[in-house]
Design a protein around this ligand. Structure first.
Ligand code: SF4
Length: 868
């Protein structure tokens, strides 16, 4: 870590103009919590160690943010991983990474809570700590440093990163995080030293302090034991929240300005899945199943949509199709939201639970996508992994989806599962071909995703070997060749990334040296294939004298496993028994339907399965009975109403087009055109404005925006034309209501009727820009400006989609006036059908500026009018 002074970048706007996706770092989300820094007794920075678009999609982090901020004396802020360009900039300017709301460096917080979502984010943790000027290793931290505490699904084998953490929470965070913050607050008040504070933390159920345990290796370097260094602290029991209903609910979800991976309202309908897939770690570490009531789910949806303005709500759980109240909840949600064009999605649907009734409900607004996960090609292999679905189930689901109008389905498979043969791989191709043939209109497209099976700790397959990189490529190639030509697209997870995932998944504490070495050598954002470089890891492992492939070996039953002292609550005997049953293909049914299977998690006093509605589907193999076929559903003409199909009144049919003139100023200039569109639609929905929508299967509000403003340019002259269902009664009040829902920097300045929507587009436009440079214009600059205006033609090259075009920019500049020593006024003429150039591109060519210099120019669009 470089010995640099800790300071914030002085001008975040200037800094962001030099990165490729600045909106990632803007924060300013709707419903973000801004607490008084000075009044907070304890300040927590919640870190997601990957890019914003992934981190903001993470439901768990938002829950903790809301739980902590609900406490009067606590403050929670957020930090997301920087992309390489911001990291380089911060390093070059000796800056520190900053938290989203407070914009303060990490050293000013008392606790840094880092989510461990997957293994390929480990180097990002080091990047964030280093950019926060916090020593990477816990042993190097002083009393003055914040406590670095991990949590999330990756905490069940945190050994590879254990040296970087002061503590790690195992299990549900809602209650435990408040116990942790209470302990830290008391320690701060009493001025306890670091060790004493860690001892207090270790008393909290679920909290693991890695420095209180020491791995011991034999002379061959084999893990011999993990010794507890504290009396009475032999195993760490996972923290379990017995009932979700008792936890703090997320009433006001964060609404990002930037586009993220899952931009929707997430509602956790249940936690835990007891289907018992033998490869699945989540199926073990979140046991038992705990459902929310139908009423609570509907209440959360109601509050979340009002507070967020989302157009999609997702029912989240490990297997939403198994949620016992799904059918009534879905009906209620669709009835409530269909008129507002809010669609419902269920990202994790199990084949066999995706019934025509459910599909029929979902498609009432938008046909949100489904991923079906057969995981393996044959019924035999699916019995090995306890998947509990048959080829017949899969074909029926595909046929139903297609009959009901879905044209694209996504399938997910793994290669390298225990006992897999070539026949199982070829069977994947057969399965896809058969699924395609179920299509009634022959138009069903199937996207296939394949990943290498990675044995995970705490699962029945934790002792199994992982196939090598070469073997994984061989099997994927076999699948590729077996797939006939047709409506299929095959994508696969890079086996080189799965290799590292496998190493870290079952890794031990020795790997912390490899992670640090790889990070020093430049490993960053390893989950992103464009950044991942296996050779860096191989070089780092060699330098540390560690054989990475050794971690993929079959583990002996007698072997000490690095995670053995971390207790999920599931008995070792259950896992061994499940492994044995996998070899004989014996099925273990879901305990929620077929009674307890004795995994060991429940005490049946406090902890037990929580199922809120009566389960009606019960069959012998644990799968769900099919309620009806799609054809039945169509024949019965299930009375579902789509938006726009309701009986329209004269009022509904009336169209009221308005033009909203708005300004975009300050840091918000870094939002892209598409992001601004989304910000407006969400703001209008939150404000309760009733809009007309387009028809079809992806309805959007009927609106048009002024031409795209370049990212980084401010404007006083943007507009949005929108078609409303009702006339605006009071324009000032309307403006006030909308502005209250818009982020700082975007403000509607006027609202006017658009009597003839068709006649509003001008053929020629004049647009005026005010331009400010960092320093005064030199004599040479002034000469260049003068020559430009005198010349007949001035061409620049523009490359678009790989094609070079020569554009005469002289004819686009109507006037150019030096207004102050460092300022210009430029008026540009644009014409329909002709390529318009950005002011910055013209200035760059005119003044011969470098790319870096051009990024420091401030541009404000002042007005725009028809040239007629
Ligand atoms: S203890 Fe029994 S009821 Fe509880 S999760 Fe395990 S198998 Fe299910």
């Amino acid at each position: 870590m470089s010995p640099v002074p800790e300071r914030m970048p002085e001008n975040i706007g200037k800094l962001l103009s030099h990165v490729k996706k600045p909106s990632r770092y803007l924060g300013n989300e709707f419903n973000a919590c801004y607490k008084n820094w000075e009044k907070a007794a304890l300040r927590v920075a919640l870190v997601f160690p990957d890019l914003y678009e992934i981190g903001m999609s993470h439901h768990g982090l938002q829950i903790l943010y809301s739980v902590i901020n609900a406490q009067e004396d606590l403050l929670a802020d957020r930090v997301y991983g920087p992309d390489k360009d911001l990291e380089e900039l911060l390093l070059s300017q000796q800056g520190a990474i900053f938290a989203v709301e407070s914009r303060r460096p990490l050293t000013e917080f008392d606790m840094i809570g880092i989510t461990l979502p997957y293994e390929l984010c480990y180097t990002n943790i080091l990047t964030i700590l280093a950019l926060g000027h916090i020593p990477i290793r816990s042993t190097e931290r002083l009393d003055s440093h914040p406590f670095v505490i991990g949590g999330g699904s990756g905490s069940f084998n945190p050994e590879p990163v254990a040296d970087f953490f002061d503590a790690v929470l195992l299990g549900d965070g809602e209650k435990a995080v408040l116990e942790i913050t209470a302990a830290l607050k008391t320690a701060k008040e009493k001025k306890l030293d670091r060790l004493k504070t860690l001892e207090k933390l270790a008393e909290i159920p679920g909290v693991y302090v890695p420095s209180f345990f020491a791995p011991r290796y034999d002379s061959q370097g084999k893990l011999h034991a993990v010794d507890s260094l504290k009396k009475g602290l032999e195993k760490i029991q996972r923290s379990i929240l017995p009932d979700l209903e008792t936890s703090q609910i997320l009433e006001k979800p964060l609404v990002p300005l930037a586009r993220i991976v899952h931009d929707r309202l997430g509602i956790e309908v249940a936690r835990g899945c007891t289907r018992g897939c033998r490869f699945c770690q989540a199926g073990i570490i979140y046991r038992p199943v705990r459902e929310r009531t139908a009423d609570r789910v509907v209440e959360l949806a109601e509050k979340g949509i009002v507070a967020g303005g989302f157009e999609e709500l997702a029912l989240l759980s490990l297997s939403t199709g198994d949620y016992s109240c799904l059918s009534p909840v879905l009906g209620r949600l669709m009835d409530r939201f269909v008129k507002e064009y809010v669609s419902v999605s269920m990202p994790s649907m199990r084949v066999g639970t995706l019934t025509p009734e459910i599909m029929n409900q979902i498609k009432r607004v938008r046909k949100t996508g489904f991923t079906l996960a057969p995981e393996a090609g044959t019924d035999r292999l699916r019995m090995v992994i306890n998947k509990g679905i048959t080829e017949e189930d899969l074909m029926a689901t595909c046929r139903d989806a297609n009959v009901l109008g879905w044209k694209l389905l996504k399938f997910y498979f793994m290669v390298g599962l225990p006992t897999e043969t070539e026949e199982d791989i070829r069977a994947i191709a057969d399965l896809v071909r058969k699924a395609s043939r179920t299509s009634v209109d022959r138009q069903l497209r199937i996207n296939i995703s394949v990943a290498t099976f990675v044995p995970k700790p705490h699962t029945p397959f934790q002792w199994e070997p992982q196939i090598t990189i070469d073997e994984a490529f061989t099997r994927i190639n076999l699948l590729r060749k077996s797939l006939p030509k047709g409506n299929y697209k095959l994508k696969w997870q890079d086996p080189r990334q799965s290799f590292l995932e496998g190493v870290m998944s079952r890794g031990d504490r020795l790997l912390s040296r490899v992670i640090e070495e790889a990070w020093q050598r430049g490993a960053r954002l390893d989950a992103w294939s464009e950044h991942y470089d296996l050779s860096i890891w191989q070089g780092a492992a060699e330098a540390c004298n560690i054989d990475l492939s050794h971690y993929l070996r079959r583990r002996d039953f007698a072997e000490v496993l690095p995670w053995q002292h971390l207790d999920t609550g599931v008995d070792q005997e259950f896992l061994l028994n499940e492994l044995e049953k996998s070899l004989t293909g014996d099925y273990t049914p879901d305990c929620r339907v077929h009674g307890c299977q004795n995994c060991g998690v429940c005490d049946f006093k406090e902890v037990q399965p929580v199922v809120k509605c009566k389960l009606k589907n019960k069959d012998d193999n644990g799968g769900q009975e099919r309620i009806e076929t799609a054809t039945d559903a169509l024949e019965k003409k299930i009375a579902v109403q789509r938006p726009g199909e309701e009986k329209k009144t004269e009022q509904d049919k009336a169209q009221y087009w308005y033009r909203l003139l708005y300004a975009k100023q300050g840091d918000i200039r870094f939002l892209s055109h598409l992001e601004v569109i989304q910000v407006f639609f969400q703001a209008l929905r939150r404000a309760g404005v009733k809009m007309h929508y387009t028809q079809g299967f992806n309805p959007v509000p009927k609106a048009s925006f002024s031409p795209a403003l370049p990212v980084g340019t401010e404007s006083l002259a943007e507009y949005l034309d929108i078609d409303l269902i009702e006339a605006i009664k009071d324009e000032n009040e309307f403006m006030h209501t909308i502005n209250a829902q818009l982020p700082e920097g975007i403000a509607v300045k006027s609202v006017a009727d658009v009597p003839d929507k068709k006649g509003t587009a001008a053929v020629k436009n004049l647009t005026c820009y005010h331009i400010n440079f960092d320093s005064d214009l030199s004599g040479e600059d002034r000469e260049k400006l003068g020559s430009f205006m005198k010349c007949e033609s001035f061409t620049i090259n523009k490359i678009r989609k790989g094609k070079k075009r020569v554009i005469d920019v002289r004819e686009q500049v109507e006037s150019l006036v030096v207004t102050e020593n460092n300022s210009l006024e430029m008026v540009l003429l644009s014409e329909e059908g002709k390529t318009a150039s950005k002011p910055v591109a013209i200035l760059k060519a005119m003044l011969d500026l470098t790319q870096e210099q051009s990024l420091d120019i401030d541009i404000l669009k002042v007005w725009s009018k028809s040239a007629h």
